[in-house]
Design a binder for this molecule. Structure first.
Ligand SMILES: [Zn+2]
Length: 204
């Protein structure tokens, strides 16, 4: 059996499982979505947003890319954010990085080339600008973990600085912004920081 066939077979089993629990499971999906959360995470196969948060279809609006980047030149993440904030009116945006992130590691160790190099340029800039702090750490593993956390902090502020979030905050609306990291060594999510709606970025 080709390996991909197991995905189709698993889907059939999943449909049956859902219908056994609730006969109208899929009919309710047709009527629309009202997720409370936007998840911006890494594409890494070991960090499936719904699984690690125990979320069902309809609960998370999700954007994933390599190393959970939020760039003002990336129409994909910006359009997801605009739709989530303005149309779905999500109350919480979660930027979730993860330890052992291959994208972060690559940016720390290599001069990037091609499209991937361009994609990781922001990470390389974060690495350079925090070189003093990182070099004070005892070993490479600690530096790697810290770099993952610094990346989340930067991307969280990138979300806060978008026109969409600034407009929502100026009008007294959400979302609140959450910086998390997933530790795939133990399966746990850790909260790094929260920027409440309306946070003055000049002091954060
Ligand atoms: Zn990653």
């Amino acid at each position: 059996m080709d390996s991909y066939v197991k995905l189709l077979l698993s889907n059939e089993a999943w449909v049956k499982e859902k219908l056994d629990l609730r006969k109208d499971f899929f009919q309710s999906a047709v009527s629309g979505q009202k997720p409370e959360f936007l998840w911006i995470g890494c594409s890494d196969s070991r960090v499936p947003a719904e699984d690690v948060t125990g979320s069902e279809p309809g609960e998370l609006f999700v954007h994933r890319n390599i190393a959970n980047q939020v760039s003002e030149s990336d129409l994909s993440v910006l359009s997801v954010l605009q739709y989530a904030v303005e149309a779905l009116q999500v109350q919480h945006v979660i930027v979730c990085g993860h330890y052992h992130c291959g994208g972060v590691q690559h940016a720390m160790q290599h001069e990037g080339s091609g499209v991937l190099g361009q994609w990781l340029a922001q990470l390389k800039a974060i690495h350079r600008s925090h070189a003093d702090e990182l070099n004070r750490l005892a070993d490479g593993a600690l530096r790697f973990d810290r770099m993952v956390e610094l990346n989340v902090a930067v991307q969280l502020r990138n979300v806060a600085r978008t026109a969409v979030v600034r407009k929502a905050w100026a009008e007294g609306r959400g979302p609140h912004l959450h910086g998390w990291v997933y530790d795939l060594r133990i399966g746990k999510l850790k909260e790094l920081e929260t920027l409440q709606a309306g946070t003055d970025l000049s002091t954060h």
